[in-house]
Design a protein around this ligand. Structure first.
Ligand SMILES: Nc1ncnc2c1ncn2[C@@H]1O[C@H](COP(=O)(O)OP(=O)(O)OP(=O)(O)O)[C@@H](O)[C@H]1O
Ligand SMILES: [Mg+2]
Length: 304
């Protein structure tokens, strides 16, 4: 049944200025679960020049990015990048120009169509792939509105239920463009001694972006959906004390931050294989992902 109202995707940035806290993995597993188990249409946008999210989906769906080998030479010391070069035979190849890179070049983008940047992997999952070439793109504030404009001019919000943006751990053109485009943000965070500072810093950044780019926030707001704790190591004693300490710290209380009750729990397969997705496994972490996804869905009715 089609609705008479055009649907509007909710755009969510997964962001924390701190590196290695599980942003990419949470984006990918939560989004993939929503697509495969709940029939939502999801667009993933890989804004991180490391393009780990893209590599995971490409391995899963058997894609290979052309021209990657040239870049592999440059990055030859990085094992993860070298491995990608073995994905040459018997795989679907796409022109590496279908990517986010077109949106991070100076100049006009009004001619760009959906298919110039977006790759449909199946009925429910699409991706705007990152590319390692993006490493070389220059700092330039004139490109910050390109992602926002591209989504509007191609009416992408009508095609999806959720648009998930995986952000790099930096304050850069990439993060600014993600935030001005998003309706919400989620903060994956490790419950360690530095996370209060990281969460506080991120909220400062969001405040600043809103102040400096007011025009993008006249018809929408950029709301915090909350912090999701990520367990990147086997459960250790003292973990829940640490979580409690963070939640009750005076700085966090002042900011009135919401914390998800459920965590993104530790799964020993995740660090081993980029093409591993929790939803396709029979591990017990799939049940944990179900309750986290339920909570994610509930958040929208709580917050609106
Ligand atoms: N639930 C989990 N269980 C076990 N390992 C995990 C889990 N989530 C993430 N990891 C591992 O932790 C590491 C960091 O995760 P990830 O790359 O998702 O972080 P990130 O915040 O996106 O990093 P970056 O800031 O570099 O983009 C990776 O090796 C990943 O495989
Ligand atoms: Mg990442």
């Amino acid at each position: 049944m089609t609705s008479i109202f055009p649907k509007e995707a909710k755009i969510i940035s997964f962001i924390n200025m701190k590196g290695g806290v599980g942003k990419t993995t949470l984006t990918k597993d939560l989004g993939y679960f929503l697509a495969t188990q709940r029939n939502y249409k999801i667009l993933f946008i890989d804004l991180d020049p490391q393009s780990n999210l893209t590599q995971s989906f490409f391995r899963k769906f058997g894609y290979h990015q052309e021209n990657l080998l040239d870049i592999v030479d440059i990055e030859a010391e990085d094992d993860s990048i070298l491995e990608v070069s073995s994905y040459t035979s018997g795989k679907k190849t796409i022109g590496s120009d279908i990517s986010i890179q077109k949106l991070f070049k100076p100049g006009v983008i009004s001619h760009l169509k959906k298919d110039d940047c977006l790759l449909k992997l199946n009925e429910y999952i699409s991706i705007i792939p990152g590319t390692l070439k993006a490493i070389f793109s220059e700092r330039n504030s004139n490109i910050e509105n390109h992602l926002f404009n591209y989504i509007n001019q191609t009416k992408l919000k009508e095609d999806f239920d959720f648009i998930f943006i995986d952000c790099p751990p930096t304050y850069s053109n990439y993060t600014i463009s993600a935030l001005i485009t998003s309706d919400y943000f989620i903060t994956p965070s490790k419950p360690d001694a530095y996370s209060v500072l990281g969460i506080e810093m991120l909220h400062e950044v969001v405040k600043r972006v809103k102040e400096e780019h007011q025009v993008y926030f006249t018809n929408k707001s950029l709301k915090s959906l909350g912090v999701i704790f990520t367990e990147l190591a086997p459960y250790s004693k003292g973990y829940s004390d640490q979580v409690h300490e963070i939640k009750t710290s005076s700085k966090i209380q002042e900011l009135n931050i919401h914390f998800f009750e459920n965590h993104f729990v530790y799964n020993s397969y995740i660090p081993k294989r980029a093409e591993y997705f929790i939803s396709d496994s029979s591990s017990s972490t799939k049940n944990d992902l179900i309750v986290l996804t339920d909570e994610f869905e509930r958040r929208f009715s709580e917050i609106e």
